[in-house]
Design a protein around this ligand. Sequence first.
Ligand code: GLN
Length: 446
Amino acid sequence: QSYLDRIKAEDGALNSFITVTEEQALSQAQAADQRRAAGEAGPFTGLPIAHKDIFCTEGVRTSCGSRMLDNFISPYNATVIENFNRAGAVSLGKTNMDEFAMGSSNESSFYGPARNPWNTECVPGGSSGGSAAAIAGGLVPGATGTDTGGSIRQPAALCGITGLKPTYGRVSRYGMIAYASSLDQGGPMARTAEDNAIMLNVMAGFDPKDSTSIDKAVPDYTLTLNDSLKGLKIGLPKEYFSDEIDPQITAQVQAAIKEFEALGATVKEVSLPNSHLAIPAYYIIAPAEASSNLSRFDGVRYGYRCNDPVDLEDMYKRSRGEGFGEEVKRRIMVGTYALSEGFYDAYYKKALQIRRLIQQDFVNVLAEVDIIMGPTTPHPAFKLGEKTSDPVAMYMEDIFTISLNLAGMPGMSIPCGFANGLPVGLQLIGNYFAEERLLNAAHQFQ
Ligand code: GLN
């Protein structure tokens, strides 16, 4: 109830929730009390949580930040939602996001942007901006997010919280509305690494309903949080410390790395020579997959349908034309173009080849060091409207996060100071299934 009261008092300014499920939350809380009284409570029983509005939630509107799904009440639960329900979590509602998770500022949401609690004239980042803003504003202690090119880590950095993108395949994508299926991965967002570990314990695991889910045992991520960092090998990619980064960010990141050295870690310079190709490759691959995934929104089966169509083609055209926002349409056009006959080899195939080179860069470096560190973003939170007219400037904000999705490895962002009064994020990158190590290092630092 106290969190629901806080949402009522504060969310007018933050716009971090699209839907607040007050009734459901109170009944889940009651059920949790009964479970506790019966001695059947688990570690998550009764804990409040919120879910990015990309996770299908039975009986609740699941909008994905789009007019297209404004009227969509999901008939089933995503596996992630099911896992939290089974653990006894209390869901307060669904958080704001960029439309279909396309964006880095939350400004493409049909419901208007969420705002950064540190300065409400600034963006919270995106696409999981609502989750990050709600946590930073104290409206919920933890929330789910998804990360296709940085959408957990970048808003975590901009809002001064901790977020983890797990290894691709670690968390089920079943019921998580698809943006770019080979890159999308759900993960936890909360204040601390410890809270992330507690959430990942609930979220991770094999799911036969997701064909890319990996059948590998899930450790208890809280057990290794207190391991010593003595001898931990940290790699600093020279490409992540260029002149284009806000010097205050570089200074905070360097100070944080000194702290890791004081905790017993050793540091060396490494190189990810193909990093500069990550954004161009991603902006072929992600739109290509999106153009295919979003073809299901046709006004026929569910979602938005235009008024009084004259025939089937008119219905398709106007339903999609009116239901999708500008950024989504831009991605569909780019993706359709890249996949069309005559361009496929020149763009899509080339992008896949680059993807392999980028992955190999990470594999090579992570054979030598345990964790790669650098800034999560090149700048702190920017003003609302500052980059909306220049999509490429917006895309560049993900320069340090996107390559990891192409490689499929886990990464997290943790707060490491301030630049001009706005939070700065430190990014930690590990090898496949090294979530324990990332959480351990982050926890020792915090
Ligand atoms: N900002 C990137 C994009 O717009 C990444 C978004 C995401 O990770 N969902 O595609």
